[in-house]
Design a protein around this ligand. Structure first.
Ligand code: ADP
Ligand code: ZN
Length: 731
């Protein structure tokens, strides 16, 4: 065969990574006369479809008969190739999460639209020296506006001149105006580094100087560990300013899109322009623009949800992860990754600083700071000088709810005082809807989701019973479906809607507002309402965990936690940490600017260590105890964990397969295997779920172990699926 000696042939075969769940890149032929490099974005045939892909590194599989190879069908010449750093990051994430690299690439190549520049839009411009045959007042107005030679779209010119577009058409016909092509997207205005710097407090200044000094020294992770309201945002703004000064782009990750609105305004105050936003709620068109702007380097700062980490930055030089402890940074399905941890990896691979900020850092980050792996900057006081809120437990064993009342008298009294003073109160309950459980008082029938092992939750506003896991919903029946008794259904326990009802009865004159992610009106409404609260347009706010995330409500003075025990009921070893974080964050909304903040925690276990630690404001004591407990039991970050969730449509088959898998686990003294046991949610969307948990020492290569295990273990068939979750949130 002459094949090997034919240099032209060799050159035209490349690896292409396609965004599907296959273990490696495929081999394709490059059409004659076309040149590609690693990272070039292409379109290729895959089975009956065509998919996007990227030319990948590494030798293509030479053993394949080149005549049978499919040919790249399109090369996106104007799209910037994915650079080396991003490609290594994709490979790294795939390797760490045990996901097919194509699935990670899919988070980068999100839409085809993003790859093509928008076609230019047509505009008009004055032609020098040409005058209309006959001058009219309308024509004169157009000539005045276009005098300086600037190009306009027809409609904007008509508006500016105060004439109809037919006047413009007439002038075009007479060649007084000429058609020109305008770029579809105006370049983004650059942030102004010295626009309006805040005068920092001494503690902020130390932190800011420290962050600025960490540039240009390769990878460096810093933890800003500052109490609620300590001005962490102001501090990391100075890190952003430094990244910009050095000509780099910066990325800020936030856990909650309802937070971005306030953040955008704060950013504008500091830098004179708005940053680009990136999250699931922005329109496809805008997404495309941000994607291209990030790739071309036109967009300098992005503020986004976790998926922004996979944008193709031209020159990223800083990542900030705000509220770094937040569970929302973890994606649970498809590629299960934690954006906080992967940000650290991204900074490491590309040798730039990463900043983690929180008032309640994760135990992992605290330990990393304790061990000197991260630099730590502490902000022990609020920037406004206001004291942290006074916290008090209300013992519900003595104040237990009487019929339909969930707000204890002491909390009610404090709310009354706040209202009389014109200050805001916040009632926090981490339960959406009206009541967590609906049952028939005649026969005891409970409403369960037909697809999940969970109760349906009554939502009064929507007048429906809703499953919070799969979205299934049904109308509230007039009669019990089991015993047919009419009007026998009762709501058990409170959700935020029910608390709002109680508040409306107790405070008929107060302006009340529910902040919950699932109310009609969606994110738009939520953003509006957040702003109303911020501006003082509501007196009493009732909210779910959404309100615990970093918001700055200047008039908020009182926070009441309806059920402080809610998170502690979980058997999960992380429950203490999560509850501590949530309650410290939500009570931290009180008195941030004015001081005099108060927090009340309604509880049946006022002596619980988490509540005691909160009440005494002794964060260090809490963390030290929690860290010691993790160390003693070998839990993260002292040991490593991975979970395998085995799911399938048939319960017996799923459990049988999980057992077979467990039996086939390679013998390895370092690994402790627990389970299979039913997952915390034993069924979701009609699929039964069993879970295996693996524990190993910190240095152990758990990924290699799992890979070997799954490659040699019994194969999943008949709709069975194994999802690996390295570093699971819940253990
Ligand atoms: P954190 O993110 O640490 O909870 P923020 O950054 O939201 O705190 O700041 C809390 C409040 O203090 C905000 O209203 C902010 O504008 C204000 N603030 C922060 N730093 C300063 C400063 N140096 N001088 C005056 N006000 C400040
Ligand atoms: Zn369901």
């Amino acid at each position: 065969m002459l094949f090997d000696d034919d240099p032209a042939m060799k050159e035209t075969i490349v690896s292409v990574l396609v965004p599907v769940a296959v273990p490696r890149a495929y081999t394709y032929r490059v059409p004659a006369g076309v040149s590609v490099v690693p990272g070039t974005i292409v379109k290729v045939p895959l089975g009956p479809r065509e998919v996007l892909g990227a030319v990948w590194d590494g030798e293509p599989d030479a053993g394949i008969n080149s005549n049978k190879l499919k040919v790249i069908s399109r090369v996106y010449e104007t799209a910037r190739p994915l650079d080396e750093e991003l490609r290594r990051f994709i490979d790294w994430v795939a390797n760490w999460t045990l996901s097919p690299p194509g699935m990670v690439l899919r988070m980068v190549l999100r839409s085809e639209e993003a790859l093509e520049d928008e076609p230019p839009i047509s505009g008009v411009r004055r032609r020098k020296g040409q005058m209309p045959e006959r001058m009219t007042p309308a024509r004169q107005k157009v000539l005045d506006v276009t005098e300086n030679g600037v190009a306009w779209t027809k409609s904007s010119l008509a508006q500016a001149a105060g004439v109809s577009t037919s006047v413009i058409d007439g002038l075009l016909q007479q060649e007084v105006l000429e058609s020109v092509a305008l770029p579809a997207v105006a370049p983004s205005p650059a942030p102004q580094v010295e626009f309006a710097q805040t005068k920092l407090t001494p503690a902020q200044q130390v932190a800011s100087d420290g962050l600025v000094a960490s540039f240009g020294k390769g990878a460096a992770v810093s933890l800003i560990d500052g109490v609620t309201g300590s001005g962490k945002t102001e501090v990391y703004f100075e890190a952003i300013a430094e990244a910009l000064r050095r000509g780099h782009q910066a990325l800020v990750l936030l856990p909650e899109i309802a937070l971005t609105e306030q953040f955008l305004r704060r950013f504008e105050k500091r830098f004179g322009v708005y940053p680009a936003e990136w999250h699931s709620e922005i329109t496809p068109k805008k997404r495309g623009r941000v994607w291209r702007g990030v790739a071309s380097g036109d967009v300098r700062v992005v503020i986004g949800a976790r998926s922004a980490l996979f944008l193709p930055f031209a020159d990223l030089g800083l990542i900030i992860v705000d509220e770094e402890h937040d569970g929302a940074f973890k994606q649970d399905d498809r590629v299960p990754y934690n954006a906080r941890d992967m940000s650290v990896v991204r900074g490491h691979l590309s040798r730039f600083p990463v900043v983690l900020a929180s008032a309640t850092p994760s135990v992992e980050s605290r330990v990393n700071a304790d061990l000197g792996r991260y630099q730590r900057f502490e902000l022990p006081e609020r920037a406004s000088g206001a004291a942290l809120p006074d916290l008090k437990a209300i013992d519900m064993r003595q104040n237990g709810p009487s019929r339909g009342r969930w707000i204890a008298p002491e909390l009610f009294q404090a709310m009354k005082e706040a209202f009389a003073d014109g200050a805001q109160s916040l009632l926090f309950l981490n339960r959406r809807g009206y009541a967590p459980l609906t049952l028939c008082r005649t026969c005891g029938h409970r409403f369960q989701c037909p697809h999940c092992s969970s109760w349906l939750v009554e939502h009064r506003f929507q007048k429906r019973l809703v499953c919070h896991h799969c979205g299934h919903n049904e109308s509230v029946p007039k009669a019990c479906p089991s015993c047919n008794t009419v009007d026998s259904l009762v709501a058990c326990g409170p959700g935020v809607e029910r608390i709002a009802e109680e508040v409306e009865n107790l405070f008929p004159d107060a302006r009340t507002l529910i902040l919950s992610s699932d109310l009609p009106g969606g994110p738009e409404r939520l953003r509006r309402e957040m702003k109303i609260v911020e501006d003082g347009g509501a007196d009493i706010v009732i909210g779910t965990q959404l309100v615990a995330k970093g918001h700055n409500f200047p008039k908020m003075r009182l926070v009441g936690v309806i059920d402080a025990d809610l998170g502690l009921a979980h058997g999960d070893p992380r429950a203490a940490e999560k509850t501590f974080q949530l309650l410290a964050q939500v009570t931290g909304r009180a008195g941030r600017v004015t001081g005099g903040g108060k927090g009340f925690l309604q509880t049946y276990s006022p002596d619980h260590p988490v509540l005691k630690a909160l009440m005494s404001q002794d964060r260090d004591a809490f963390y030290n105890a929690e860290i010691e407990a993790r160390r003693a039991t070998g839990l993260p970050p002292f040991g490593r964990l991975a979970a395998l969730v085995i799911s399938g449509p048939d319960k017996l088959a799923t459990e049988g397969y999980a057992r077979a898998l467990a039996r086939g686990a390679p013998n390895e003294a370092a690994v402790t295997l627990l389970g299979p046991a039913e997952a915390a949610l034993a069924m979701i969307r009609g699929r039964y779920r069993f879970r295996l948990l693996l524990m190993a020492p910190r240095q152990f290569d758990l990924q290699a172990y799992i890979r070997q295990w799954l490659d040699n273990g019994p194969k999943a068939t008949k709709g069975l699926r194994v999802q690996v979750d390295v570093d699971p949130q819940h253990f």
